[in-house]
Ligand binder design. Structure first.
Ligand code: GAR
Length: 204
């Protein structure tokens, strides 16, 4: 299965997934292209270090819809096709157009640093600290046009400790992200995820 990964930043989730593909923990899948909206994203260097094609695609003055079409074209040109490929959002900080999401429907995964539906959107860890929750974590979910609202594949929790700040909570959650995301990708590649309405059945 051909995978395209959309990124904006550091690329630690991308690295975790590439590592699992390289060591054979995820088999039958290849990351064909990593695309960042930010040319300075470290994630592009992560891709290159792993011998994966890296592309910066800046939105600039394009509308969301036009940018979605450019992303879609770049994915298809690199072998990630609607209906057969897999698109992973790994710290991608842009909202995708409805057209893009519908084209790759059921084949786009995202990781979010909270237990959704709590704290969608940006700075989820900071939102969790400000709210005073005692437990947080991460969610891998299918992407739908509404932000952070798609069917949930899996979640992993962490405690929020006294004295935590955004940085300490983020790093505790990130360790769980690096377990959750490769696991979800493996399940998808093996054909073990079935979307039934809002629920994802994780099957045999
Ligand atoms: C991760 O914590 C991911 O959950 C978050 O960005 C970080 C990316 O880190 N994503 C979002 O907040 C999406 N709304 P990484 O670049 O090291 O994988």
């Amino acid at each position: 299965m051909n995978i395209g990964v959309l990124v904006s930043g550091r690329g630690s989730n991308l690295a975790a997934i590439l590592k699992d593909i390289e060591r054979g923990a995820i088999s039958g899948a290849e990351v064909k292209i990593v695309i960042s909206n930010d040319p300075s994203a470290k994630a592009l260097r992560v891709a290159e270090r792993h011998g994966v094609k890296a592309l910066a695609l800046v939105q600039g003055t394009s509308t969301r819809q036009a940018y979605g079409e450019r992303l879609s074209r770049a994915l298809v040109q690199n072998g990630v096709r609607p209906g057969e490929g897999l698109v992973l959002l790994a710290g991608f900080m842009k909202i995708l157009s409805r057209g893009f999401v519908e084209r790759f429907a059921g084949r786009i995964l995202n990781i979010h640093p909270s237990i959704l539906p709590a704290f969608p959107g940006v700075r989820a860890q900071e939102q969790a600290i400000s709210y005073g929750v005692k437990v947080s974590g991460c969610t891998v979910h299918f992407v739908v046009p509404e932000v952070d609202a798609g069917p949930i594949v899996l979640q992993r929790t962490v405690p929020v400790k006294d004295g935590d700040d955004e940085a300490t909570l983020s790093s505790r959650i990130l360790r769980q992200e690096h377990i959750a995301y490769p696991r979800a990708v493996k399940l998808f590649v093996e054909g073990k995820l079935k979307i039934e309405g809002r629920t994802v059945r994780v099957g045999v």
